[in-house]
Design a protein around this ligand. Structure first.
Ligand code: PNS
Length: 168
């Protein structure tokens, strides 16, 4: 039977750390669905359309990876995708408590759900979407740590000076 994992997140924006996790995740499962979360409560730098577009471009032409979006409960999205496997990356101890909480809550909501945690690649240990946004807003360069399409998009946003306008 085909093993499909959902890899959920805000992906605001997708980074090389995320892509590394997808690449390594494919050694464990047959297919990965990158699930970009729509969360009206959360302030994002990029709109949901932009986040999905960047993730899709970054993945390139890989029939084993698709990109989708979801709103509401993650466990409901898993059901819709007909799988019970979640994939999440863990960088440092700092991530652990939040990830542990989410995994337990998801399992409480749906007993069949299992979360696979993978350690981040050592090269990307310090990389997060938040730190990338901070650096770019302050005028720094992140070209080596995000996919090319994301670097381009970040430059465009910076040039337009519209970093704080996307609240979705
Ligand atoms: O990249 P992030 O922001 O750490 O991703 C968090 C995300 C989107 C995976 C999480 O907030 C989520 O699953 N949201 C959907 C709502 C939900 O199902 N909540 C219950 C699990 S805590």
């Amino acid at each position: 039977m085909e093993r499909v994992a959902v890899y959920p997140g805000s992906f605001d924006p997708i980074t090389n750390g995320h892509l590394d996790l997808v690449r390594r995740g494919l050694n464990i499962v047959d297919r990965i669905i990158i699930a970009v979360a729509i969360n009206p409560q959360k302030k994002h730098m990029f709109t949901i359309e932009e986040r999905v577009e960047m993730a899709t471009k970054a993945i390139g032409d890989n029939p084993r990876v698709t990109v989708g979006s979801f709103e509401g409960l993650l466990v409901d999205y898993l059901k819709k995708q007909n799988t019970h496997i979640l994939l999440r990356g863990v960088r440092a101890v700092l991530d652990f408590e939040y990830e542990f909480q989410m995994a337990l809550m998801n399992r409480r909501l749906d007993r069949s759900v299992e979360t696979i945690f993978m350690m981040t690649g050592y090269k990307w240990f310090y990389v997060s979407s938040r730190i990338i946004r901070d650096v770019v807003v302050a005028g720094g360069n992140v070209d080596e740590i995000v996919p090319d399409c994301v670097a381009k998009k970040l430059r465009e946003k910076f040039a337009e000076g519209c970093f704080n306008k996307n609240d979705r």
